[in-house]
Write a protein that binds this ligand. Sequence first.
Ligand code: 5AD
Length: 347
Amino acid sequence: MNNLLNKIKSNNYTKNDLIEALSLNSDEAVSLFSLSDKIRKDYCGEKVQIRGLLEISNICARNCNYCGVRANNDLVQRYKMPIEEIYSIALDMDKKGVKTLVMQGGESKTYNPFDLADLIREIKSNTDMAVTLSLGEHSFETYKLWKEAGANRYLLRHETANKEHYKYLHPDGVLDTRLECLRNLKKLGYQTGVGCMVGSPGQKTEYLAEDLEFIRDFKPEMVGIGPYVMHEHTPFKGEPNGDVFLTLKMLALVRIITKTALMPATTALATIGNEGYKKGLSVGCDVIMINFTPQKYKILYEIYPGKKCISENTDTILSTIKDLIISCNRQVSIDQGHARNIIKNQK
Ligand code: 5AD
């Protein structure tokens, strides 16, 4: 056991070692979790970053088999937040001390990329916020436009590093294209986030080991990992949810392998896991995203059902999350929380 963890910690492991670590029982996993917590302490410190999430549109051209807002789900009422509304919420977040705006939306041509670039520029010049985008696959030129407008980070989960499994999850997607987008983002200087679900239909433990190897090799600045949550109005209707314990082992391994990656205790983990945020923070996570999407849109952004949402009132959500962080003996960060390896030369 200790031998196994030492191998992983010192970057001297095989795929089978990863599979073995992912298969630890709850007694054995105690030392995995204490190692990942120690590495988090040593490399990342006690601060937890708060990110403000805004789900700007649920219009999507893709048909990911797990996702509730997939293009073919006719039951979804689609929306696109007006640019001015996004801007005024960003100002409000900034005033409340939330120093990262995450703009997430379905993958589509809903917004004119130049309009989004103008919005990013306005936010960067009139607030003290970092801007993270999570808008799916786009051309190098579009990513460049947004980067030059001032965007700092981009989240694009790789979803699975296994080609066949990727196809099974995404009938209209190709893993190579996804990876090309990720390489482009890195090349352009974005702090880049990858990630996957745990327990997505068709997933084998071996594939999670491949995800970890991909994360090791790609060296992302951020890694988002949460359990799969079944949505009734998708082709994966009836498939079981992902396992919380396996998700925690995966998070712990990401912390041990990357040492410094920014890693959220995800909303999906909080949704199906009892005390999910706390558990995530205890195995190596150092970020929590708070949903600032206005209620009228939030209910329509149902990528999976029952999404953890502490309150409709963002002041209440903020103070609840801050209390939770403090109750875990951690500190609430008040800065932008840039990636640890490229803190210099970021506004
Ligand atoms: N369960 C859990 N996570 C999901 N995502 C999409 N649909 C689901 C689901 N049903 C995740 C994907 C995507 C991110 C925004 O949300 O990994 O990248």
